[in-house]
Design a protein around this ligand. Structure first.
Ligand SMILES: [Zn+2]
Length: 878
């Protein structure tokens, strides 16, 4: 799956993290029954929001049984029976009992069934829900669609099933739908016949290969597609008819990725077709259903020519991520959900690799370095979780889809590949996949394959990163000859005393701080060496004029250098370090400040040394953290001075870039956007005026010279906007067909600052006009902005029932997480008591983590606020 993202400032913990979970009830099926094949005929009624199902499951009984338990949720059984024997089949009727809490149904047979093959025949009914899971309803102004989302445990809402990833089977899907409607499923259509009733037709799809239930999908309604071919496989990108014009870019990406993955994995794409479909209502970012990948519209649809670079990059990585899963996840699947991090970490690593090979000029590696820096910050909290975490219930499984499973696991895989080398790592991936085709595997299988093909201790490295929580710190001494002293420990935010105050609930802290890792440390201009728990020295040999212990910034650790070594790095930063290394250097300096080693002033000195950096991601990294200083550390007075500093230092850098030119490089334009936004937020009068002018142009439906700057322009104009502008922007939200621009306009609605307009957006967020997938997004954005967070928080508390009415599986957790932008002990207590009284499903760890984050911020502010004041005074030109 792809997560839906809340864009947020660097350094502010962005997504979920976790602590060890509470008591779990085992909720697995009893076993002894192996499903082989499902034949499903589903008849949806898109108007009454119900469906009927007829299902035959061929199973093998290990031993004689008089009852069989499978998964079912919100299903009404009409009849159930077993059919035994081929030549003269015997029918054995069953009664059904339901266990709602366990999401299971047990078929009790009139007589005992003997061991061996049995066919279960079940007729049932279900609802097309509005919770964006199972078989659910998605709506446009013109019509209703029936679509599916089964990961993790919601196939059971569409058909009674053995709904566990290791219980792979083959599937025949048939859909009985209205005469004018069309359908898409995992496999190509093989039959389309009128009936069984007048006004209906029955669409049958080819039998799937062996696959897990959570990867089955079907969609009913009216989708239109653009189509192409890659490696002989027909590829389509589909959307509702009004948006088919926005499918070309994703089609090009998908065609390229299919070719690339065929070669990379050394295994041909295993199905006869591939569809990628944008769905108007969709909870996650995207979902890798085998051969039938589904997306949130913003993750798949973009104007190939006029879309912003950010939007095109998002589509490129999203498509690459889900297509990597077709092999790594779909063809070979984790045994159980506790290994889903391997799936998601791998796809997160691979999305950057594939996208960067497709569009080498788009600097995806730098974006990945920024993401890595953010997850390192998040994982430096004491309340974090190890990558490997037990999960049994659906709520626990859902909570595993967090930044640790995606970002951290992806970063660890990035580190291992960098250490082994691309080709060696690829051989390990191929060995792992080809040993488990159409089957299941574990993380141990993966790292054992890598260990075997490389002859290096990949198992020791991965085990230490997967089983222990937190971030390693490598601390280096002065160089002595060709060697350098090194020590390691767990790196955490805050001082020890702050830690005590912040984590009031000791059981929520994970690990005990004495963790030690086996770390492949790669020296710039030198080699890679394993730093284990006992290592005291490594080689310092390097061709670089300084010692830098995280080459290409691919390692998952923080570094601390002796004074002289650090000074040499900073002196050489612009000329001697790559862009990703500069991002890593900034991240390390920022993290040290948060940990109480060094001041905010030292960070700002480094930031200003890199102020004219030519790379957009470095500029974003600098400006994002300065913005964090403004929101997290600065008092109101200091913020005014900090804004003045930004205008003074970065204004000339922006001016030197000049206006948009025809055929300028994309990264040039991306860098201009970052400076434009930061200067606008710092109230630079010229930039604000330019933002207002561009917004007027937009309202007048004129084309702009630089579309990349538009999202920021509209938001900045909104921050100064009045009710009249609000109305015009709301009209744009209502009429625009471009999902990405619509999202940008929605975001701009959250930037108005007048209290009555803030309130309008909050009311709008919970109204029927906003899809439930976006309700939490709007609220989270407003909780994250200092200008609106108080009002948003009040609204959340007063309108919790309305917010819950529009809740989806993970929306509550996202809102909890957004309260992590508060920065005082009083707010922490308010958040704690509110969510103690209003329990949010699948958010236990998120809440613990969020409370720690607020406490840490309060502590950081108290320590660094005087240091900031001092630095600002010293840098005041007066
Ligand atoms: Zn994924």
């Amino acid at each position: 799956m792809g997560l839906s993202r809340v864009r947020c400032a660097a350094g502010v913990g962005c997504l979920l993290a976790a602590v060890s979970g509470g008591a779990a009830r085992a909720q697995r099926l009893p076993g002894g029954v192996t499903p082989e094949h499902y034949a499903l005929t589903i008849t949806p009624d898109l108007v009454s929001a119900r469906f009927e199902g007829v299902e035959r499951i061929d199973v093998t009984l290990e031993k004689p049984a008089s009852e069989i338990t499978l998964n079912a949720a919100e299903i009404e059984f009409e009849s159930a029976k077993a059919v035994v024997g081929d030549s003269r089949p015997e029918v054995v009727e069953a009664t059904v009992t339901l266990d709602e809490a366990q999401e299971q149904a047990t078929l009790h047979f009139a007589k005992q069934l003997s061991a061996g093959p049995v066919a279960l025949e079940i007729a049932y009914g279900g609802i097309l829900n509005d919770k964006l899971r199972g078989f659910y309803l998605s709506k446009t102004k013109l019509r209703n669609y029936g679509v599916t989302q089964f990961e993790s445990t919601d196939a059971r809402r569409a058909f009674p099933s053995f709904d566990e990833p290791a219980l792979k089977a083959t599937f025949d899907v048939s859909l009985v739908i209205d005469a004018g409607d069309s359908a898409i499923s995992n496999m190509p259509m093989v039959r389309d016949t009128p009936g069984p009733e007048p006004g209906k037709h029955t669409v049958a799809f080819a039998t799937t290969p062996k696959m897990s239930t959570y990867l089955v999908a079907w969609l009913v309604g009216d989708f239109q597609c653009s189509q192409g071919k890659s490696e002989g496989i027909p590829v389509r990108v589909c959307a509702t008819p009004d948006k088919v014009g926005l499918t070309r870019f994703a089609l090009e990406a998908a065609k390229w990725d299919l070719h690339y993955y065929d070669e990379y994995f050394g295994i041909k794409y295993p199905l006869k077709k591939l569809d990628l479909i944008a769905i108007p209502d969709f909870e996650a970012g995207a979902m890798e259903n085998f051969g039938c990948i589904t997306f949130r519209e913003t993750e798949l649809l973009v104007d190939a020519k006029d879309g912003t670079l950010g939007a095109r990059k998002e589509v490129a990585t999203s498509v690459a991520h889900e297509m990597a899963h077709q092999w790594f996840g779909d063809l070979v699947t984790p045994e159980w959900w506790d290994n889903l991090w391997l799936n998601e970490g791998f796809a997160t690593w691979m999305e950057t690799k594939a996208a960067a090979k497709w569009k080498p000029k788009w600097a995806f590696e730098q974006d990945a370095a920024s993401d890595r820096s953010n997850i390192l910050d998040e994982d430096a909290a004491r309340v974090t979780r190890p990558i490997f975490e037990r999960a049994e219930t659906p709520a626990e499984i859902n909570e595993l889809f967090d930044d640790i499973a995606y970002g951290k696991a992806g970063a660890v895989i990035t580190m291992v590949e960098h250490w082994l080398g691309e080709e060696t790592f690829r051989k390990g991936v191929q060995a792992y996949l080809s040993a488990h085709l159409y089957g299941n595997a574990t993380a141990e299988d993966f790292w054992n394959a890598q260990t075997k093909t490389s002859g290096l201790a990949v198992d020791a490295v991965m085990r230490s990163f997967v089983e222990q929580p937190g971030v390693p710190e490598l601390r280096f001494g002065e160089r002595q000859g060709s060697e350098i002293a090194v020590s390691q420990r767990r790196f955490t935010d805050g001082t020890a005393s702050a830690h005590h105050a912040a984590v009031t609930d000791a059981e929520h802290a994970s690990g005990n701080g004495s963790e030690l890792w086996t770390i492949p440390a790669c020296i710039k201009g030198g080699g890679c060496e394993l730093v284990g728990p006992e290592t005291a020295k490594i080689s310092a040999q390097t061709s670089a004029p300084f010692f830098f212990a995280n080459a290409d910034d691919k390692g998952y650790y923080r570094t601390v250098y002796a004074k002289g070594e650090y000074a040499a790095i900073v002196t050489n930063a612009e000329t001697g370090l790559s862009a990703t290394e500069r991002i890593g250097l900034l991240g390390d300096r920022w993290a040290l400040m948060r940990a109480g080693e060094g001041t905010v002033g030292e960070f700002l000195d480094l930031a200003l040394a890199l102020k004219a950096d030519p790379e957009p991601a470095v500029t974003e990294s600098v400006l994002g953290r300065i913005e964090s200083i403004g929101t997290r550390i600065a008092s109101d007075d200091d913020r005014v001075r900090l804004d003045a500093m930004v205008r003074r230092e970065f204004g000339p850098v922006y001016a030197a870039m000049g206006g948009p030119r025809r055929h300028e490089s994309e990264d040039h334009s991306e860098r201009r956007e970052a400076l434009f936004e930061a200067l606008g937020e710092a109230h630079d009068p010229q930039v604000v005026a330019e933002a207002q002018r561009l917004t007027e142009q937009l309202f007048a439906a004129q084309k702009t010279a630089d579309p990349n700057i538009m999202d920021a322009a509209v938001a900045l104009a909104a921050a100064k906007g009045d009710a009249a502008m609000y109305d015009r922007l709301l009209t744009v939200v209502r009429v625009t067909k471009d999902p990405d621009f619509r999202e940008a306009a929605l975001r701009a609605l959250t930037w108005f600052e007048a209290p009555e307009l803030v309130n309008r957006t909050l009311e709008f967020a919970v109204s029927d006009e906003v899809r439930s997938q976006n309700t939490w997004l709007l609220i989270a954005w407003m909780l994250e902005r200092r200008e609106t967070q108080e009002q948003a928080w009040k609204f959340v508390r007063e309108h919790w029932d309305e917010i819950e009415r529009k809740a989806t599986t993970s929306s509550g957790a996202h809102i909890v997480e957004a309260t992590g932008s508060f920065c005082s002990v009083e707010k922490r207590d308010e958040v704690a008591s509110f969510f103690a009284a209003h329990k949010v499903e699948s958010a236990e760890r998120t809440l613990a983590k969020t409370l720690e984050q607020i406490g840490e911020c309060a502590q950081l502010r108290s320590v660094q606020e005087p240091a900031l004041r001092e630095w600002l005074a010293a840098h005041d030109p007066k």
